[in-house]
Design a protein around this ligand. Structure first.
Ligand SMILES: Nc1ncnc2c1ncn2[C@@H]1O[C@H](COP(=O)(O)OP(=O)(O)OP(=O)(O)O)[C@@H](O)[C@H]1O
Ligand SMILES: [Mg+2]
Length: 341
């Protein structure tokens, strides 16, 4: 395959652990020189994808292309072009932060003099660089992990939940650092649960659920196109609600959201939510919940609603406007989540 202009591409990537599929044919297209936000509920397959992309584990099927060339079992040496931070980084606890970076530099790609001091400064660890890593806080270890990933000045950076354990100032600093790297033409592939953060950080996002891509594209475009009002009606009234709304938005613009729980997405600007409400009321239907908005959280919930119920995440993200428990897991992403099948 050739994927011009892409820093990273996967096609049909599959990975199962025992009988459970973690990735069920994942197709990602990550353009060069962008910050790509990789999103999905707990267990969706983000870390598995990152581990496959760095050769820590191998796919059961599918292909990976890194920086324009196919990446296979024998290609781990090419990882000098790629910096990665996956799960909690491992360091020698009895060595200082600085010495850990030196040890990594000694085994990795050549780094210029002063690089380690520059990175300690960048991640705000210059003062603590001489202290043993075992004395670091969670956020300090995470900062050191980011420094380690940047050591070889990679063209592609893979970061799995880099905001883990970072305080607000650390998150702002990380965002500035990652934006700066993208401005230099590097590609940053970053998974995150902090949707507001991703909305500020990423140029392009990919959302996965149950090991498949459900949506991918420039964030501005996705949020624009997804302008949606979500309503919940009695199950028995779903068809009548659809009929009542079609004159307002057209046939294709009312769709059931994953799960048989009466949620419908109406593709209409959030500012027209009251028109939706009125059309329903005129048909004698009263929604038990109505949400409007085209922020990333709404989009994420809409696309992964059937999945988020599998974990506590449904509660963490909150189902605004709904007092009910999150719907049960619907299994694989189905057609209504927009995923390719
Ligand atoms: N080593 C493993 N052995 C067995 N199952 C695994 C293993 N690693 C991952 N899985 C399973 O694969 C699926 C995807 O896990 P993964 O860690 O990739 O999710 P994730 O998207 O990173 O989730 P989180 O948001 O919680 O970090 C889950 O069902 C998980 O239980
Ligand atoms: Mg993970």
């Amino acid at each position: 395959m050739t994927n011009d202009g892409l820093a990273l591409a996967t096609r049909g990537l599959q990975k199962r652990f025992g009988t459970r599929p973690a990735l069920a044919g994942l197709d990602l297209s990550v353009p060069s020189g962008v910050v790509y936000g990789f999103l999905g509920p707990n267990g969706a397959g983000k870390t598995t994808t990152m581990r496959l992309l760095t050769g820590l584990i191998h796919p059961d099927a599918g292909t990976i292309e890194v920086l324009g060339r196919s990446f296979g079992r024998a290609d781990r040496h090419r990882l000098f072009e790629v910096g990665a931070l996956i799960e909690s980084p491992s360091f020698y606890p009895y060595l200082s932060g600085r010495d850990n970076l030196r040890a990594l530099a000694a085994t990795g790609a050549p780094t210029g003099p002063g690089r380690i001091e520059e990175l300690l400064e960048l991640v705000g660890l210059r003062e603590r660089g001489k202290d043993k890593v075992q004395t670091y806080s969670l956020g300090m270890k995470q900062r050191l992990g980011i420094a380690a990933a940047l050591l070889s000045d990679p063209r592609l950076l893979l970061l799995d939940e880099p905001a883990n354990g970072l305080d607000p100032a650390g998150i702002v600093a990380m965002r500035e650092t990652l934006r700066h790297l993208a401005a230099q033409g590097k590609t940053v592939f970053v998974s995150s649960h902090v949707l507001g953060e991703v909305q500020q950080l990423a140029d392009v996002i990919g959302i996965i659920a149950a090991g498949r891509l459900v949506r991918e594209g420039p964030i501005d475009q996705l949020l624009l196109g997804e302008g949606a009002v979500r309503i919940r009606v009695e199950l028995a009234e779903v068809d009548a609600a659809r009929t009542a709304l079609v004159p307002l938005v057209g046939d294709a613009m009312v769709e059931a959201i994953a799960g048989d729980d009466g949620w419908l997405a109406v593709h209409i600007a959030a500012t027209r939510a009251s028109e939706v409400n009125r059309a329903l009321a005129q048909a004698g239907i009263y929604a038990s919940a109505l949400e409007a908005g085209n922020d990333l959280e709404s989009l994420f919930l809409e696309l992964t609603r059937g999945e988020a119920g599998a974990s506590h995440e449904g509660t963490f993200f909150g189902l605004a406007g709904s007092n009910d428990a999150p719907p049960p897991r619907s299994g694989a992403a189905d057609a209504s989540t927009g995923g390719p099948s």
